[in-house]
Design a protein. Structure first.
Length: 377
């Protein structure tokens, strides 16, 4: 091969909108997210091609921020990254974070860098004939247990119905997105004592409000309470809350880069760290977070409610460097899948890890064609 085989020639940001239902195959009313009605998954695929045609796929977190994220990739990242050696992923990650720090190292900027990073690791794996799991030290399991991450329904009966449906689908672990004790009590009644049930509250409370709410939930044995405070980066308050309530806390989906996770872990804020491959800075930063979590004796439970390359990358990370963790799978029905039945659990609620080079599977070109958000091109 020539010297330029791995030089980045082109970076494309491909926006997709894939309709979904949070109520299963029978459908139901759209829910809201960030003040907007939400009935389609926004997925920004990041396609990176080398000069000799090797292609890697990544994904940046893009729920309700598809347009600005696409602009970040096209206008801020691509002009700097094109021409670099794709194999030099760690240096590229640091250089781009340094070069783009004026726009902030967090939020949409790092979402775009996360997608690029995932795509570069995909290229490295394909170039070497190794899976991402192998690049990270080897797969320690070929199947990963998943948990059904339910929407916030705000209705105890609906939550109970959806929890039962998830159990019927084979899931053995559940997550609720509710902020009162009644839905948790109902699910505990349905699931029994042996099923771990976690509760993600999405940063709603002051410390005192959180203490009151957690006290009401505690009798129903939540496996963890996730992001109970606003602002979510108040690590000292989170540490005090965990210590005072005696309930395990989890956080990290809103943390970007290993720097923020280091602050969280040094504070003793959580029992479970939740880096997101599409938000934290990609695989490169995710690896740093796992190293930190291991040092502080904190479990790693990735945030991964995705259906693109971020989902597949999470499978590899859980198979290799986070082998005690579970995969978060948004419990909804999508109109089309980029990866066929890879996104669905088996009868035991586990997901198979692809073993081909790189991510091990490429997104379906027909789905990309049919669900491309052409108004954003």
């Amino acid at each position: 091969m020539s010297e330029n085989t791995f030089r980045i020639a082109k970076i494309d940001a491909i926006p997709l909108e894939i309709p979904f239902s949070p109520f299963g195959k029978d459908g139901g009313p759209a829910k809201e997210f960030a003040g907007n009605r939400w009935n389609a998954l926004s997925v920004l695929l990041i396609r990176v091609e080398t000069e000799e045609g090797l292609v890697g796929w990544g994904e940046g977190f893009s729920y309700n921020c598809l347009r600005p994220l696409k602009a970040v990739v096209e206008d801020m990242i691509a002009p700097v990254a094109v021409g670099r050696d794709a194999r030099d992923v760690r240096t590229i990650s640091e250089d781009l974070q340094r070069g783009m720090h004026l726009w902030g190292r967090y939020g949409i900027t790092i979402f775009g860098l996360s997608g690029l990073d995932i795509a570069l690791w995909d290229i490295i794996g394909k170039a070497s004939g190794q899976s991402l799991s192998s690049l990270l030290g080897g797969a320690r399991r070929t199947k990963v247990p998943g948990y059904a991450s339910l929407f916030r329904y705000g209705d105890t009966d609906v939550v109970g119905d959806r929890a039962q449906a998830a159990l019927d689908d084979g899931y053995t672990i559940l997550k609720l997105h509710e902020v009162t004790a009644e839905p948790l009590a109902r699910v505990r009644e349905i699931a029994g004592d042996a099923v771990p049930v976690t509760v993600d509250t999405n940063c709603p409370w002051t410390p005192q409000q959180a203490r009151d709410a957690i006290a009401a939930m505690k009798p129903y044995d939540p496996y963890w309470i996730e992001e109970p405070l606003f602002p979510p980066e108040d690590w000292q308050a989170l540490a005090s809350l965990q210590r005072d309530t005696g309930v395990r806390l989890a956080a990290g989906e809103n943390a970007c880069t290993a720097m923020e996770f280091g602050q969280m872990l040094r504070a003793g804020a959580v029992s479970f760290a939740q880096p997101s491959a599409t938000k934290v800075g990609g695989i490169t930063e995710f690896v740093k977070v796992v190293t930190l979590a291991n040092h502080y004796g904190v479990g790693v439970m990735p945030h991964s409610p995705y259906f693109g390359p971020g989902f597949v990358a999470s499978l590899h990370l859980l198979a290799s460097i986070a082998p005690e963790g579970w995969l978060e799978r948004f419990y909804l029905s999508v109109e089309a899948s980029l990866y066929g039945d890879l996104i669905d659990p088996d009868a035991q609620g586990t997901f198979s890890v692809p073993d081909g080079p790189g991510l091990g599977i490429d997104p379906d070109p027909d789905v990309i064609r049919d669900y491309r958000a052409k108004t954003l091109d």
